[in-house]
Write a protein that binds this ligand. Structure first.
Ligand SMILES: Nc1ncnc2c1ncn2[C@@H]1O[C@H](COP(=O)(O)OP(=O)(O)OP(=O)(O)O)[C@@H](O)[C@H]1O
Length: 361
Protein backbone atom coordinates (compact mmCIF):
# COMPACT_ATOMS: atom_id res chain seq x y z
CA UNK A 1 0.00 0.00 0.00
CA UNK A 2 1.13 3.53 -0.57
CA UNK A 3 0.59 7.17 0.29
CA UNK A 4 -0.65 8.93 -2.84
CA UNK A 5 0.38 12.58 -3.25
CA UNK A 6 -1.23 14.84 -5.81
CA UNK A 7 1.15 17.71 -6.43
CA UNK A 8 -0.59 20.72 -8.01
CA UNK A 9 -2.65 18.53 -10.34
CA UNK A 10 -4.96 20.18 -12.91
CA UNK A 11 -6.69 18.77 -15.92
CA UNK A 12 -8.35 20.15 -19.04
CA UNK A 13 -9.70 17.78 -21.69
CA UNK A 14 -8.82 18.65 -25.27
CA UNK A 15 -5.50 19.39 -26.92
CA UNK A 16 -2.53 20.37 -24.77
CA UNK A 17 -1.40 23.96 -24.90
CA UNK A 18 -4.82 25.41 -25.82
CA UNK A 19 -5.47 29.06 -24.94
CA UNK A 20 -7.76 29.56 -21.88
CA UNK A 21 -8.39 25.84 -21.26
CA UNK A 22 -11.54 24.84 -19.40
CA UNK A 23 -10.34 22.87 -16.37
CA UNK A 24 -12.51 19.83 -15.56
CA UNK A 25 -10.24 19.53 -12.54
CA UNK A 26 -8.98 22.76 -11.00
CA UNK A 27 -5.91 22.64 -8.79
CA UNK A 28 -5.78 19.61 -6.49
CA UNK A 29 -2.88 19.50 -4.04
CA UNK A 30 -3.41 16.80 -1.47
CA UNK A 31 -2.05 13.58 0.08
CA UNK A 32 -4.11 10.40 0.45
CA UNK A 33 -2.65 8.61 3.48
CA UNK A 34 -1.30 5.09 3.27
CA UNK A 35 -4.06 2.72 4.37
CA UNK A 36 -6.80 5.37 4.33
CA UNK A 37 -10.38 4.68 3.19
CA UNK A 38 -11.53 7.71 1.19
CA UNK A 39 -14.73 8.48 -0.66
CA UNK A 40 -14.77 11.02 -3.48
CA UNK A 41 -18.26 12.50 -3.25
CA UNK A 42 -19.94 15.06 -5.45
CA UNK A 43 -22.62 15.65 -8.07
CA UNK A 44 -22.42 14.41 -11.64
CA UNK A 45 -19.76 16.17 -13.69
CA UNK A 46 -17.77 17.61 -10.73
CA UNK A 47 -14.57 15.75 -11.73
CA UNK A 48 -14.54 12.60 -9.57
CA UNK A 49 -13.79 10.15 -12.38
CA UNK A 50 -11.23 12.53 -13.84
CA UNK A 51 -9.38 12.62 -10.51
CA UNK A 52 -9.58 8.83 -10.06
CA UNK A 53 -8.29 8.17 -13.58
CA UNK A 54 -5.37 10.53 -12.98
CA UNK A 55 -4.50 8.54 -9.84
CA UNK A 56 -4.66 5.22 -11.67
CA UNK A 57 -2.75 6.43 -14.74
CA UNK A 58 -5.61 5.93 -17.21
CA UNK A 59 -5.44 9.69 -17.76
CA UNK A 60 -2.39 11.98 -17.92
CA UNK A 61 -3.07 15.24 -16.07
CA UNK A 62 -2.43 18.47 -18.01
CA UNK A 63 -0.35 19.83 -15.10
CA UNK A 64 1.24 18.61 -11.90
CA UNK A 65 2.83 15.45 -10.59
CA UNK A 66 1.62 12.33 -8.83
CA UNK A 67 3.76 10.49 -6.29
CA UNK A 68 3.41 7.11 -4.58
CA UNK A 69 5.36 7.06 -1.30
CA UNK A 70 7.35 10.02 -2.57
CA UNK A 71 8.29 8.35 -5.88
CA UNK A 72 7.22 10.23 -9.02
CA UNK A 73 4.86 7.96 -11.02
CA UNK A 74 3.42 10.70 -13.27
CA UNK A 75 4.65 9.04 -16.44
CA UNK A 76 4.03 5.42 -15.40
CA UNK A 77 1.20 3.25 -16.78
CA UNK A 78 -1.58 1.86 -14.58
CA UNK A 79 0.14 -1.53 -14.57
CA UNK A 80 3.46 -0.06 -13.50
CA UNK A 81 1.70 1.91 -10.76
CA UNK A 82 0.40 -1.41 -9.40
CA UNK A 83 -3.18 -0.23 -8.88
CA UNK A 84 -6.38 -2.27 -8.85
CA UNK A 85 -9.40 -0.52 -10.31
CA UNK A 86 -13.09 -1.48 -10.22
CA UNK A 87 -15.42 0.30 -12.63
CA UNK A 88 -19.13 1.02 -12.65
CA UNK A 89 -19.89 -1.79 -15.08
CA UNK A 90 -18.52 -5.36 -15.01
CA UNK A 91 -15.31 -6.23 -16.82
CA UNK A 92 -15.12 -10.04 -16.88
CA UNK A 93 -13.81 -12.75 -19.21
CA UNK A 94 -17.02 -14.52 -20.28
CA UNK A 95 -15.39 -17.73 -21.46
CA UNK A 96 -13.44 -18.25 -18.22
CA UNK A 97 -14.93 -19.78 -15.09
CA UNK A 98 -15.73 -17.53 -12.13
CA UNK A 99 -12.75 -19.06 -10.30
CA UNK A 100 -10.34 -18.40 -13.18
CA UNK A 101 -11.59 -14.82 -13.53
CA UNK A 102 -10.65 -14.22 -9.91
CA UNK A 103 -7.35 -16.09 -10.17
CA UNK A 104 -6.33 -14.19 -13.32
CA UNK A 105 -4.56 -11.18 -11.69
CA UNK A 106 -2.62 -13.55 -9.40
CA UNK A 107 -1.60 -16.00 -12.15
CA UNK A 108 -0.40 -13.02 -14.18
CA UNK A 109 2.00 -12.27 -11.35
CA UNK A 110 3.04 -15.92 -10.98
CA UNK A 111 1.71 -16.28 -7.45
CA UNK A 112 2.01 -19.96 -6.29
CA UNK A 113 -1.21 -21.95 -6.97
CA UNK A 114 -1.75 -22.85 -3.30
CA UNK A 115 -1.79 -19.19 -2.34
CA UNK A 116 -4.03 -18.35 -5.32
CA UNK A 117 -6.48 -21.02 -4.19
CA UNK A 118 -6.67 -19.58 -0.69
CA UNK A 119 -7.19 -16.00 -1.86
CA UNK A 120 -9.75 -16.96 -4.50
CA UNK A 121 -11.75 -19.03 -2.02
CA UNK A 122 -11.79 -16.17 0.48
CA UNK A 123 -13.06 -13.79 -2.18
CA UNK A 124 -15.68 -16.26 -3.48
CA UNK A 125 -17.04 -16.46 0.02
CA UNK A 126 -17.09 -12.70 0.42
CA UNK A 127 -18.99 -12.11 -2.83
CA UNK A 128 -21.25 -15.09 -2.16
CA UNK A 129 -20.42 -16.97 -5.38
CA UNK A 130 -18.83 -20.12 -3.93
CA UNK A 131 -21.32 -22.44 -5.60
CA UNK A 132 -20.66 -20.76 -8.98
CA UNK A 133 -16.88 -21.14 -8.90
CA UNK A 134 -16.58 -23.64 -11.78
CA UNK A 135 -19.27 -22.11 -13.99
CA UNK A 136 -18.45 -19.92 -16.94
CA UNK A 137 -19.00 -16.23 -16.31
CA UNK A 138 -21.14 -15.75 -19.40
CA UNK A 139 -24.21 -17.28 -17.74
CA UNK A 140 -24.21 -14.82 -14.87
CA UNK A 141 -26.42 -11.78 -14.28
CA UNK A 142 -24.95 -8.25 -14.50
CA UNK A 143 -25.11 -8.10 -10.73
CA UNK A 144 -23.09 -11.32 -10.30
CA UNK A 145 -20.59 -10.22 -12.96
CA UNK A 146 -20.03 -6.97 -11.10
CA UNK A 147 -19.30 -8.96 -7.95
CA UNK A 148 -16.57 -10.77 -9.90
CA UNK A 149 -15.11 -7.41 -10.99
CA UNK A 150 -15.15 -6.31 -7.39
CA UNK A 151 -13.55 -9.59 -6.29
CA UNK A 152 -10.81 -9.25 -8.93
CA UNK A 153 -10.03 -5.79 -7.59
CA UNK A 154 -9.64 -7.19 -4.09
CA UNK A 155 -7.85 -10.46 -4.76
CA UNK A 156 -4.27 -9.14 -4.75
CA UNK A 157 -2.78 -8.15 -1.43
CA UNK A 158 0.25 -6.36 -2.91
CA UNK A 159 -1.37 -3.44 -4.75
CA UNK A 160 -0.51 0.19 -3.96
CA UNK A 161 -4.18 1.15 -3.85
CA UNK A 162 -7.64 -0.01 -4.88
CA UNK A 163 -9.74 2.52 -6.75
CA UNK A 164 -13.51 2.09 -7.12
CA UNK A 165 -15.63 4.10 -9.54
CA UNK A 166 -19.30 3.83 -8.45
CA UNK A 167 -18.85 0.02 -8.22
CA UNK A 168 -22.25 -0.77 -6.74
CA UNK A 169 -24.47 0.94 -9.32
CA UNK A 170 -25.71 -2.32 -10.85
CA UNK A 171 -25.93 -4.24 -7.55
CA UNK A 172 -29.34 -4.70 -5.92
CA UNK A 173 -29.99 -2.56 -2.81
CA UNK A 174 -29.73 -5.31 -0.19
CA UNK A 175 -26.49 -6.71 -1.59
CA UNK A 176 -25.15 -3.16 -1.89
CA UNK A 177 -25.31 -2.73 1.85
CA UNK A 178 -23.71 -6.12 2.46
CA UNK A 179 -20.85 -5.55 0.02
CA UNK A 180 -20.15 -2.11 1.44
CA UNK A 181 -19.92 -3.58 4.92
CA UNK A 182 -17.55 -6.27 3.66
CA UNK A 183 -15.37 -3.71 1.91
CA UNK A 184 -15.10 -1.86 5.18
CA UNK A 185 -14.15 -5.05 7.04
CA UNK A 186 -11.58 -5.87 4.42
CA UNK A 187 -10.13 -2.43 4.79
CA UNK A 188 -9.81 -2.92 8.56
CA UNK A 189 -8.26 -6.35 8.11
CA UNK A 190 -5.71 -5.56 5.37
CA UNK A 191 -5.33 -1.78 5.57
CA UNK A 192 -5.60 -1.21 1.82
CA UNK A 193 -5.47 2.39 0.59
CA UNK A 194 -8.93 2.69 -0.92
CA UNK A 195 -10.49 5.50 -2.92
CA UNK A 196 -14.17 5.13 -3.68
CA UNK A 197 -16.05 7.40 -6.09
CA UNK A 198 -19.75 7.95 -5.50
CA UNK A 199 -22.43 10.60 -5.79
CA UNK A 200 -24.43 8.94 -3.00
CA UNK A 201 -23.81 10.47 0.43
CA UNK A 202 -24.98 7.36 2.34
CA UNK A 203 -22.50 5.25 0.42
CA UNK A 204 -19.71 7.75 1.07
CA UNK A 205 -20.44 8.27 4.75
CA UNK A 206 -20.73 4.56 5.56
CA UNK A 207 -17.68 3.47 3.59
CA UNK A 208 -15.09 6.12 4.26
CA UNK A 209 -13.01 7.35 7.19
CA UNK A 210 -12.47 10.55 5.23
CA UNK A 211 -14.83 12.00 2.67
CA UNK A 212 -13.46 14.22 -0.10
CA UNK A 213 -16.27 16.49 -1.28
CA UNK A 214 -15.90 17.81 -4.82
CA UNK A 215 -17.80 20.61 -6.48
CA UNK A 216 -17.29 22.11 -9.90
CA UNK A 217 -13.80 20.64 -10.45
CA UNK A 218 -12.52 21.45 -6.97
CA UNK A 219 -12.08 19.68 -3.64
CA UNK A 220 -14.13 21.86 -1.27
CA UNK A 221 -13.61 19.84 1.93
CA UNK A 222 -11.89 16.71 3.19
CA UNK A 223 -13.19 15.50 6.51
CA UNK A 224 -14.76 12.83 8.65
CA UNK A 225 -18.51 12.45 8.29
CA UNK A 226 -18.92 14.32 11.62
CA UNK A 227 -16.76 17.25 10.43
CA UNK A 228 -18.76 17.55 7.22
CA UNK A 229 -21.95 17.61 9.23
CA UNK A 230 -20.87 19.98 12.04
CA UNK A 231 -18.62 22.44 10.24
CA UNK A 232 -19.19 22.43 6.49
CA UNK A 233 -16.34 24.50 5.01
CA UNK A 234 -18.36 25.57 2.00
CA UNK A 235 -22.10 26.19 1.68
CA UNK A 236 -22.18 23.47 -1.00
CA UNK A 237 -21.02 20.87 1.58
CA UNK A 238 -23.75 22.00 3.98
CA UNK A 239 -26.36 21.69 1.30
CA UNK A 240 -25.06 18.39 -0.18
CA UNK A 241 -24.52 16.49 3.09
CA UNK A 242 -27.57 15.84 5.25
CA UNK A 243 -31.18 15.34 4.34
CA UNK A 244 -32.54 17.95 4.16
CA UNK A 245 -29.30 19.89 3.81
CA UNK A 246 -28.18 22.93 5.79
CA UNK A 247 -30.32 26.09 5.63
CA UNK A 248 -28.31 28.92 4.10
CA UNK A 249 -29.72 32.41 4.69
CA UNK A 250 -28.43 35.72 3.33
CA UNK A 251 -27.32 37.67 6.42
CA UNK A 252 -25.57 40.86 7.41
CA UNK A 253 -23.09 40.72 10.30
CA UNK A 254 -22.95 43.19 13.18
CA UNK A 255 -20.38 42.01 15.74
CA UNK A 256 -21.71 38.81 17.28
CA UNK A 257 -25.15 39.29 15.72
CA UNK A 258 -26.40 38.19 12.30
CA UNK A 259 -29.13 40.24 10.69
CA UNK A 260 -31.47 38.14 8.58
CA UNK A 261 -34.15 40.29 6.98
CA UNK A 262 -35.36 42.37 9.94
CA UNK A 263 -34.39 39.73 12.54
CA UNK A 264 -31.32 39.73 14.79
CA UNK A 265 -29.81 36.32 15.49
CA UNK A 266 -27.28 35.77 18.32
CA UNK A 267 -24.07 34.08 17.12
CA UNK A 268 -21.67 31.92 19.17
CA UNK A 269 -19.01 34.65 18.72
CA UNK A 270 -17.80 37.39 16.41
CA UNK A 271 -17.16 36.00 12.92
CA UNK A 272 -13.93 37.11 11.27
CA UNK A 273 -15.06 38.47 7.91
CA UNK A 274 -12.25 39.15 5.43
CA UNK A 275 -12.96 42.63 4.00
CA UNK A 276 -15.98 43.17 1.80
CA UNK A 277 -17.78 39.85 1.40
CA UNK A 278 -21.19 38.38 0.73
CA UNK A 279 -22.17 36.87 4.07
CA UNK A 280 -24.54 34.02 4.86
CA UNK A 281 -25.71 32.16 7.94
CA UNK A 282 -25.81 28.36 7.79
CA UNK A 283 -27.82 26.27 10.23
CA UNK A 284 -28.82 22.64 9.93
CA UNK A 285 -32.53 21.82 10.36
CA UNK A 286 -31.64 19.80 13.47
CA UNK A 287 -30.51 22.97 15.32
CA UNK A 288 -33.76 24.90 14.89
CA UNK A 289 -36.59 24.61 17.40
CA UNK A 290 -40.14 25.22 16.32
CA UNK A 291 -42.30 26.06 19.33
CA UNK A 292 -43.93 28.88 21.25
CA UNK A 293 -40.79 31.01 21.76
CA UNK A 294 -38.77 33.04 19.25
CA UNK A 295 -39.45 34.60 15.87
CA UNK A 296 -42.95 34.14 14.40
CA UNK A 297 -43.04 32.04 11.23
CA UNK A 298 -45.48 30.76 8.62
CA UNK A 299 -45.43 27.06 7.81
CA UNK A 300 -45.69 26.17 4.13
CA UNK A 301 -45.48 22.36 4.23
CA UNK A 302 -45.04 19.41 6.61
CA UNK A 303 -43.43 16.18 5.28
CA UNK A 304 -43.68 12.98 7.27
CA UNK A 305 -40.44 10.95 7.06
CA UNK A 306 -41.20 8.22 9.59
CA UNK A 307 -39.99 8.97 13.09
CA UNK A 308 -39.42 12.60 12.19
CA UNK A 309 -41.10 15.31 10.16
CA UNK A 310 -39.63 18.03 8.01
CA UNK A 311 -41.37 21.36 8.45
CA UNK A 312 -40.93 23.90 5.64
CA UNK A 313 -41.41 27.43 6.90
CA UNK A 314 -39.89 30.85 6.44
CA UNK A 315 -37.62 32.99 8.53
CA UNK A 316 -37.69 36.75 7.90
CA UNK A 317 -38.89 36.09 4.36
CA UNK A 318 -36.40 33.29 3.51
CA UNK A 319 -37.39 29.61 3.18
CA UNK A 320 -36.15 27.34 5.94
CA UNK A 321 -36.42 23.64 6.87
CA UNK A 322 -36.80 22.36 10.43
CA UNK A 323 -36.60 18.70 11.56
CA UNK A 324 -38.86 17.69 14.45
CA UNK A 325 -39.71 14.40 16.12
CA UNK A 326 -42.87 12.85 14.71
CA UNK A 327 -44.84 13.22 17.95
CA UNK A 328 -43.92 16.86 18.63
CA UNK A 329 -46.80 19.27 18.33
CA UNK A 330 -46.74 22.29 16.02
CA UNK A 331 -48.33 25.23 17.93
CA UNK A 332 -51.04 27.32 16.32
CA UNK A 333 -48.77 30.39 16.46
CA UNK A 334 -45.43 28.80 15.55
CA UNK A 335 -42.13 30.48 16.36
CA UNK A 336 -38.51 29.62 15.52
CA UNK A 337 -35.39 29.60 17.67
CA UNK A 338 -31.83 28.95 16.49
CA UNK A 339 -29.35 27.08 18.67
CA UNK A 340 -26.18 29.26 18.45
CA UNK A 341 -23.88 26.21 18.64
CA UNK A 342 -25.31 24.97 15.32
CA UNK A 343 -24.63 28.23 13.47
CA UNK A 344 -21.86 28.64 10.88
CA UNK A 345 -21.10 31.90 9.08
CA UNK A 346 -19.93 32.01 5.45
CA UNK A 347 -18.14 34.77 3.55
CA UNK A 348 -18.36 34.37 -0.24
CA UNK A 349 -19.55 30.76 0.38
CA UNK A 350 -16.54 29.77 2.57
CA UNK A 351 -16.87 29.20 6.32
CA UNK A 352 -15.17 31.74 8.58
CA UNK A 353 -13.93 31.28 12.15
CA UNK A 354 -15.26 33.07 15.19
CA UNK A 355 -12.81 35.33 17.02
CA UNK A 356 -11.64 33.92 20.35
CA UNK A 357 -13.61 35.41 23.24
CA UNK A 358 -11.91 38.34 24.87
CA UNK A 359 -11.18 40.07 21.54
CA UNK A 360 -14.08 42.45 22.07
CA UNK A 361 -17.54 42.61 20.58
N1 LIG B 1 -13.24 12.48 -22.31
C1 LIG B 1 -13.73 13.68 -22.03
N2 LIG B 1 -13.64 14.69 -22.92
C2 LIG B 1 -14.11 15.93 -22.66
N3 LIG B 1 -14.70 16.28 -21.48
C3 LIG B 1 -14.82 15.31 -20.55
C4 LIG B 1 -14.35 13.98 -20.78
N4 LIG B 1 -14.61 13.25 -19.67
C5 LIG B 1 -15.21 14.08 -18.79
N5 LIG B 1 -15.34 15.31 -19.32
C6 LIG B 1 -15.91 16.51 -18.65
O1 LIG B 1 -15.17 16.76 -17.47
C7 LIG B 1 -16.01 17.13 -16.38
C8 LIG B 1 -15.80 16.18 -15.20
O2 LIG B 1 -16.24 14.87 -15.59
P1 LIG B 1 -16.09 13.58 -14.66
O3 LIG B 1 -16.56 12.40 -15.44
O4 LIG B 1 -14.72 13.54 -14.08
O5 LIG B 1 -17.13 13.91 -13.51
P2 LIG B 1 -17.79 12.95 -12.44
O6 LIG B 1 -17.86 13.75 -11.19
O7 LIG B 1 -17.07 11.65 -12.39
O8 LIG B 1 -19.26 12.76 -13.04
P3 LIG B 1 -20.17 11.42 -13.08
O9 LIG B 1 -20.61 11.16 -11.68
O10 LIG B 1 -21.30 11.87 -13.99
O11 LIG B 1 -19.33 10.35 -13.68
C9 LIG B 1 -17.44 17.12 -16.95
O12 LIG B 1 -17.77 18.43 -17.32
C10 LIG B 1 -17.33 16.23 -18.17
O13 LIG B 1 -18.28 16.60 -19.13
Amino acid sequence: MARISLDHIRHAYGPKGQANPLYALKEVHHDFDDGGAYALLGPSGCGKTTLLNIMSGLLQASDGRILFDGKDVTNLSTEARNIAQVFQFPVVYDTMSVYDNLAFPLRNRRVPEAEIDKRVRDILKMIDLESWARRKAQGLTADQKQKISLGRGLVRSDVNAILFDEPLTVIDPHMKWELRTQLKQLHRQFGFTMVYVTHDQTEALTFADKVVVMYDGEIVQIGTPAELFDTPKHTFVGYFIGSPGMNVLAAGIDGAIAIVGGERVALPGRPIIPGEARTELGIRPEFITLGREGTPTQITKVEDIGRQKIVRANFAGQPIAVVMDEDMEIPSEPKLQFDPKGINIYANSWRVDFAPTGMGG
